[in-house]
Design a protein around this ligand. Structure first.
Ligand code: NI
Length: 258
């Protein structure tokens, strides 16, 4: 009985060494599986000069706004991130799964490491109210899986494309653990590709506003320094959507402003 126990232990020990490399005879270690939360912490810690724990304002007292950027990441996202970083401004990005796939995680990882928030904007900008339950879920889960693999982040927010939602969409998002984030200030930046116009509309924000923009347009990114100047001048602090509310948002529920 004891002998069997010893040989079983030996067998397990050998099995634990894994495969032997054919050229060097060295044991080949299987790739380490990194837990998503650990990966997210490592990504954030890798970023030099950026505070890991930003001081969060209390938006019950401070004048807060949330800048949100949809439909990326795209070719102007890197420039936008440079601007936000230089100005010390945090924002929320509602990303499309297919654009995350094309971006190969480059901008997505910067979004995370530079202190911004990510939300789910479906895989390919589907109008969710036109889809059956199963496909709504697929649109969200496919994006979720990719974002999680690249960043370790489990998203808590989603924005329905076109703002199109109904009871069925609400029900699926509730089951997926995602709050529905709409907006209270629409810059219409996709229609009017004029930075001054975009900046003027964003400048009409009030305390607690969620401002809708798209980082896939060059003119929107060009408007952002003006948007920041205007709102900073009025005493606003820029926060992520989650920080705007300062408490966990309820999955399935709609939020358009604080
Ligand atoms: Ni969109």
């Amino acid at each position: 009985m004891r002998a069997w126990g010893a040989s079983a232990a030996l067998l397990l020990a050998v099995a634990g060494c894994g495969v032997i490399h054919p050229l060097t005879d060295a044991p080949v270690r299987p790739p380490a599986v990194i837990k998503p939360a650990v990966l997210a912490k490592r990504l954030i810690a890798m970023q030099p000069g950026w505070p890991v724990k930003p001081s969060k304002p209390d938006c019950r007292r401070a004048k807060c706004v949330a800048l949100t950027f949809d439909d990326g990441p795209g070719r102007y996202t890197g420039h936008l991130l440079d601007i936000l970083r230089r100005r010390g401004v945090r924002a929320t990005f509602f990303v499309l799964g297919e654009n995350v796939a094309a971006d190969k995680g480059r901008n997505l990882r910067r979004i995370v490491t530079e202190g911004h928030e990510i939300g789910n904007h479906t895989w390919n900008h589907a109008a969710l109210t036109t889809l059956p339950r199963e496909r709504i879920r697929n649109q969200l889960e496919r994006t979720e899986r990719l974002v999680r693999r690249l960043t370790g982040i489990r998203m808590r927010l989603m924005r329905p494309p076109y703002g199109a939602t109904d009871r069925r969409v609400a029900d699926v998002t509730r089951r997926e653990g995602l709050a529905q984030i709409l907006w209270s200030v629409d810059t219409l930046d996709w229609r009017d590709r004029v930075p001054a116009v975009v900046a003027r509309r964003a400048g009409a924000a009030r305390p607690g506003s969620i401002i809708l923009m798209h980082d896939i347009h060059r003119t929107t990114v060009a408007a952002v320094p003006r948007v920041i100047d205007k709102l900073k001048h009025k005493g606003y602090t820029f926060v992520t959507v989650s920080d705007l509310y300062g408490k966990p948002l309820v999955p399935g529920r709609k939020y358009a402003e604080r």
